[in-house]
Design a protein around this ligand. Structure first.
Ligand code: XUL
Ligand code: CO
Length: 438
C-alpha cells in the first residue's frame, strides 16, 4: 500500500532544475574523488524523526498529519514499515536506522515487548530482502521509559541495570537478524543531575561493564557490526558521560574498549558541547575513531538539540573534508539524517523536501571537499605553516632527538624569533570561492 502517493520517485535533474521533487546535486552514480557519491555518503533515514515524530514540543501538541495516525499500535508499526521502504525507494536512500522503541510498541513486560519486536523485525527483514535496502544501525531506547529516571547502565538501581542489559541483549539479536552494519550506544540518561547524590566512580565503572557485556555477547552470537558511541554533552541529562569525542575516547581507553568501538558524531551534539562539527570529527579521525555521522544542524539562537536537516554548506564541506581524509572514508558508517522537519512543516511532502535538501547539501559538501583536497587548498597552507618542524631544530623535536638542554643551547645561539601571519581571512575567502564553484 502506498503512503506517499503524491510523491514521485526523486531523480537527479541537475542544478538548473525547477522541479521540487528532484535532486539538484546528489547524483548517486557520479564519481567524485574515486568513488560514487552513493559509496561516499551512504545516506540513512532516521526512523524516529521521520515516522514517529509528531511535531509536539514542550508547549504544543503534534502537528504532523500522517496516514497511520488513527491505527492501533501494532498496525501503526506495520504501516510505518511500509512507509519506510516506500520513502527509501522514492528518495534512493540505501539505509535506515532505528531504536527498538521506534519500530514496535513496548509491551507490559519484556517478553511482550520482545514478541512485538519479533513481528516487526520479520516484516523489516522481508522488506530488506525485496528492496535491497539495509540497516545502517540499530540501538535500544534506554531513556524514554520512566524506569530510566536515574539512568540505564549508570542507574542507582541494579534492577534497572538488569532491565537495560536484557533490552540491550535483544537489541544485539535484532541487529544480527537484520544484518545491521553498526550498533549505536547513545546514553541520554547516562549521566547525572548532581554530584551530591552520585557515586561517579561506580556509575562510570558500570557503564564500562555494560559495554564489555555487549562486546562479549555480540561475539558469542556472531554479530559483527561496528560498535559506535554517540557523544552528547547534555540533554536530557544535565551532564552526560559521553560528553564529546575527546571524553568518549578517553573513557573507552580507560576501560579497555578503544579497539572495539568507534564514534558516531552528531553535528548538533558538537554545537551543544561548544565545539564545531569539524572539531569533533577531526578529534575522532586523528585517533582512528571516526565511524559514522548523524547529519543534522542546530540553531545558533536556541540552546538545545533542534535536530534540523543540514543545509549549511560550509559545515557539510568541512565535515566531508574530514570524512575524505579519514582512512577508508566513512567505512561501514554512513550519513544518517538524525533530523526532523520543523513543527510548521507538517505535511508528508515535507519529509521528502527535507531529505532532498539534506542530500543535496551533503553532495555539494562532498564535491567542495574533494576540490579542497585535490587542489591542496588547505593542505598546502598547513604544511607551509608547520614547515619549521620538518628541518633543523624542528625536525629534532619531532624525531625525539631534542632535549631541554639541546633546546637551551639552540636558543642561546639562535637569531631573534620571527613569526608569520596565519592569514585566516584570506583562507576563509578561498574556502567560500571553492564552495561556490562546485
Ligand atoms: C539524541 C540522539 C539519538 C541518537 C540515537 O540526541 O541523537 O537519537 O542518535 O539514540
Ligand atoms: Co543522534
Amino acid at each position: 500500500m502506498s503512503h506517499f502517493s503524491n510523491v514521485p520517485k526523486i531523480q537527479y535533474e541537475g542544478r538548473d532544475s525547477k522541479n521540487p521533487f528532484a535532486f539538484k546535486h546528489y547524483n548517486s552514480q557520479e564519481i567524485v574523488f574515486g568513488k560514487t557519491m552513493e559509496e561516499h555518503l551512504r545516506f540513512a533515514v532516521a526512523y524516529w524523526h521521520t515516522f514517529n515524530a509528531s511535531g509536539a514540543d514542550p508547549f504544543g501538541a503534534g502537528t504532523a498529519v500522517r496516514a497511520w495516525d488513527s491505527l492501533s499500535p501494532l498496525d501503526r508499526s506495520k504501516a510505518r514499515v511500509e512507509a519506510n521502504f516506500e520513502l527509501l525507494e522514492k528518495l534512493n536512500v540505501p539505509f535506515y536506522a532505528f531504536h527498538d522503541a521506534d519500530i514496535a510498541p513496548e509491551g507490559a513486560t519484556l517478553a511482550e515487548t520482545n514478541k512485538n519486536l519479533d513481528v516487526i523485525v520479520a516484516m523489516l527483514k522481508d522488506y530488506q530482502k525485496s528492496t535491497g535496502k539495509k540497516l545502517l544501525w540499530n540501538t535500544v531506547n534506554l531513556f524514554t521509559n520512566p524506569r530510566y529516571v536515574h539512568g540505564a547502565s549508570t542507574t542507582s538501581n541494579a534492577e534497572v541495570f538488569a532491565y537495560a542489559a536484557a533490552t540491550l541483549k535483544k537489541g544485539l539479536e535484532v541487529g544480527k537478524e537484520l544484518g545491521a552494519e553498526n550498533y549505536v550506544f547513545w546514553g541520554g540518561r547516562e549521566g547525572y543531575e548532581s554530584l551530591l547524590n552520585t557515586d561517579l566512580k561506580l556509575e562510570l565503572d558500570n557503564l564500562g561493564r555494560f559495554l564489555h557485556m555487549a562486546v562479549d555477547y555480540a561475539k558469542e552470537i556472531g554479530f559483527d557490526a561496528q560498535f559506535l558511541i554517540e557523544p552528547k554533552p547534555m540533554e536530557p541529562s544535565k551532564h552526560q558521560y559521553d560528553f564529546d569525542s575527546a571524553t568518549a575516547i578517553a573513557f573507552l581507553q580507560s576501560y579497555g574498549l578503544k579497539d572495539k568501538f568507534k564514534l558516531n558524531i552528531e553535528a548538533n551534539h558538537a554545537t551543544l558541547a561548544g565545539h564545531t562539527f569539524e572539531h569533533e570529527l577531526r578529534t575522532a579521525r586523528i585517533n582512528g575513531m571516526l565511524g559514522s555521522i548523524d547529519a543534522n544542524q542546530g540553531d545558533p539562537l536556541l540552546g538545545w538539540d533542534t535536530d534540523e536537516f543540514p543545509t549549511d554548506l560550509v559545515t557539510t564541506t568541512l565535515a566531508m573534508f574530514e570524512i575524505l581524509k579519514n582512512e577508508g572514508g566513512i567505512g561501514r558508517g554512513g550519513v544518517n539524517f538524525d533530523a526532523k522537519v520543523r513543527r510548521s512543516s507538517f505535511e508528508d511532502e515535507d519529509l521528502f523536501f527535507a531529505h532532498i535538501a539534506g542530500m543535496d547539501t551533503y553532495a555539494r559538501g562532498l564535491k567542495a571537499a574533494a576540490k579542497l583536497i585535490e587542489n591542496r587548498v588547505l593542505d598546502d597552507i598547513v604544511s607551509h605553516r608547520y614547515r619549521s618542524f620538518s628541518e633543523g631544530i624542528g625536525a629534532d623535536i619531532v624525531s625525539g632527538k631534542a632535549t631541554l638542554q639541546s633546546l637551551e643551547a639552540y636558543v642561546l645561539q639562535a637569531k631573534p624569533i620571527r613569526n608569520e601571519s596565519a592569514r585566516l581571512e584570506q583562507i576563509k575567502a578561498n574556502l567560500n570561492d571553492v564552495i561556490f564553484s562546485v
